[in-house]
Design a protein around this ligand. Structure first.
Ligand code: MG
Length: 447
């Protein structure tokens, strides 16, 4: 037994013995800064600065919050990534949260969350929620460092040895999609999401009449809902034929269909036993769920666009879907996400936190810490960080045999190399293209 463990087992931490001196370093773990001896880990630790750190190494804007304290070397980082409005989130952090938080005690996460939440009076929007998430996750990171424990331990400890994931497969044709599933299985994945090209299979659409008429903007995309629906059924059929029944298949409708079309498509997919179908409706169409539930037993995943508690409380307590798919930084961080997870436990709704490329490695680690600790974990999106991203964010989660593995460093276990991050500034011009989608006549479609 090493000295650190023996001190803890003797209960000397409670007597004020320092546990945080020295450095911890292991494979895939960032070097944890040395924190000077403290008389007690519960002495007030004041916030001295809250700031945004942003970087765009692969064309995706990533934002994290760094919370600095009056204890030399003690800081935390949290994910505040909302790439579509990056500059607005940065302003919310640097111009408001910094000012609001200075002098507050890092120990009181719930108090800081609740007071920051109402500090704008108007609340529950994506910009302010992301800023709040960066602050909240950074405070959990700090609490872990003070307790000398990974955050999942503070959330109740492990409920599973690692985080099971699904990987993104698919292709521009059913045959390509089937090939991708075989390749993912080779890599050790048991769950694969299959899409036919991009969301909505826009490549299957005919020439966009609205462009010929000079309507819209030159870069706008076009989608033919019927071609998409027919193509997805053919894709599932081919994938089951080629890859068999052992693999779990997922698909994301991405709110792109009219509600009754989505219901019809899901009924047709039932025979292929999907693991879940994601976002059949836009949040604005939430009232269609009871009809969907009467028509099919296919498991449904919902909620990556949710920002406001009013969007998830009623459908969860009515068991209108099976997986809650919230993007954790969009609701304000670990603190509210744990409440959502606990709510789901009572109604047997499992978690499937949104985990795409526009979540920073810090945010993916936060997802995984919750995934390890809550009983009603469902599935997580796999990560695939480039060597550069791993250098900017030392300690990033990694994959092994289809599982996401996080390191055991105190806190969230991920740091940020500010100097390197700054070498990849945000782009001068904003890209709206991905969200701009129209029917053949030019009618905008929810993206
Ligand atoms: Mg989605």
């Amino acid at each position: 037994m090493n000295r650190r463990k023996s001190l803890r087992s003797l209960g000397l931490a409670a007597l004020g013995m320092p546990l945080l001196s020295g450095k911890l370093k292991a494979e895939n773990q960032p070097e944890i800064p040395t924190i000077p001896n403290r008389s007690s880990t519960l002495d007030p630790v004041k916030i001295t600065k809250v700031k945004a750190i942003y970087t765009c190494p692969h064309g995706i804007e990533l934002i994290v919050v760094k919370v600095e304290t009056d204890t030399p070397g003690l800081y935390g980082v949290g994910c505040a990534t909302f790439r579509q409005r990056a500059h607005a989130v940065i302003a919310a952090i640097d111009k408001y949260l910094d000012d609001f938080c200075r002098g507050r005690d890092v120990h009181n996460i719930e108090d800081i969350w609740q007071t920051a939440y109402v500090s704008s009076y108007w609340r529950n929007g994506p910009v302010l929620n992301n800023a709040l998430s960066g602050l909240d996750q950074a405070l959990w990171d700090i609490k872990g460092k003070l307790a000398n424990m990974p955050v999942y331990q503070l959330l109740g400890g492990k409920c599973r040895f690692a985080v099971d994931t699904y990987s993104h497969g698919g292709g521009r044709s059913p045959e390509e999609a089937a090939e991708s599933v075989l390749a993912k299985q080779e890599q050790g994945f048991r769950h694969v999401r299959i899409q036919l090209g991009g969301y909505g299979a826009t490549h299957l659409s005919d020439a966009p009449d609205f462009k010929n008429a000079g309507f819209g903007m030159p870069d706008d995309n076009v989608m033919d809902p019927v071609a998409y629906m027919k193509g997805v059924v053919r894709m599932f059929d081919k994938v089951r034929e080629v890859a068999g029944d052992k693999v779990e298949l997922l698909h994301d409708i991405h709110e792109r269909l009219q509600p009754m079309d989505a219901i019809n498509l899901i009924k047709q997919l039932e025979q292929y036993r999907p693991f879940f179908i994601e976002d059949p409706f836009s949040p604005e169409n939430i009232s269609w769920f009871p009809l969907l539930r009467q028509q099919t037993s296919v498991p449904i995943s919902m909620g990556e666009l949710y920002n406001n508690p009013h969007e998830w409380i009623e459908p969860m307590t009515k068991r209108l879907f099976d997986f809650i798919r919230i993007h954790i930084s969009q609701i304000g961080g670990i603190t509210p996400a744990m409440k959502v997870a606990r709510l789901g436990e009572w109604f047997n709704i499992r978690t499937a936190w949104h985990g795409p490329g526009d979540v920073s490695p810090v945010g993916h680690a936060a997802n995984a810490h919750i995934d390890l600790a809550v009983w009603n974990f469902g599935i997580q999106e796999a990560v695939n960080f480039s060597p550069l991203l791993q250098e900017i964010f030392p300690g990033s989660p990694r994959m092994e045999n289809g599982y996401m593995i996080i390191n055991e460093a105190p806190g969230l276990g991920v740091d940020v190399n500010e100097e390197l991050a700054m070498k990849y500034p945000l782009p001068e011009k904003n890209n709206y293209n991905w969200t701009q989608l129209r029917k053949r006549d030019g009618t905008p479609i929810r993206p």
